[in-house]
Design a binder for this molecule. Sequence first.
Ligand code: SAM
Length: 281
Amino acid sequence: MTKQIGSLYVVATPIGNLADISQRAISTLTQVSCIAAEDTRHSGKLLQHLGISNRLLALHDHNEKQRAASIIEKCLAGENVALISDAGTPLISDPGYSLVRLCREAGVPVVPIPGPCALITALCAAGLPTDKFQFIGFLAAKSSQRQTQLAAVPDNAGTIICYDTARRILDTLQDVVAVFGAERQLVLAKELTKTFEHFAFGTAADITLWLTEDPQRCQGEMVLMIAPAPAKADEAIGEAVQRTLKILLAELPLKQAAALTAQIHDEKKNALYQLALSWQH
Ligand code: SAM
């Protein structure tokens, strides 16, 4: 008879509101033989709240590779092990990548137990484009490096999302202006799922003003989202062409107005169609 091997369960935990824990997360954390956690004291409190008295193993950036070896040994011997981080989804700006990679290499099944994640929680309520986005994690500690990181994001990346800290956010906002200009629209999502959850909207100057109006606002956890650059259609298409398009739009459906304008001015039909569409939003 072949011996059954155990699995590593990657379990998401709440990012503030404890009611966000899933039924599946609770049953997994109850049933595994031990739980690898970033900070055992911090996670101990969550488990106590859930009434779970399971063994905790410390797994953090400094001991992850050694710890991984003993976790893989347990799984190969038939035990199931869970991985959690202090909050949210493990591996997302948190430890766990090496462990998951090594489990995969060793043939240990890795089972995700999905749940809260600050970047997705922020994005789904920000009102910014969600069809394409780029998560860039925590920005560097030095301003020049932060600017390099921001400038490296391609123009067509969609919404840019980064994690930031209360200590650094005002400096980060200045870096955003240096790289993307003062007009770029931003959303700062603070204290998600907690009592003082707040979304601040506007330019870097608007958000800086909001943050500095009350010192309490500059505290807590935050996700910064940077809207994609607005379409440059207006700049590329001449004024005369735009005037024709507007006149025709007043009389004709959008598609026909764009096609006729393109014919009159020898312009690209699709560019005019996109421009006319952008006027409607
Ligand atoms: N693994 C976590 C996740 O799934 O989102 C992220 C861990 S990372 C070490 C912590 C950062 O996530 C914070 O500095 C903040 O940028 C963001 N974050 C976590 N919880 C948050 C919350 N409740 N509200 C806003 N941002 C949060």
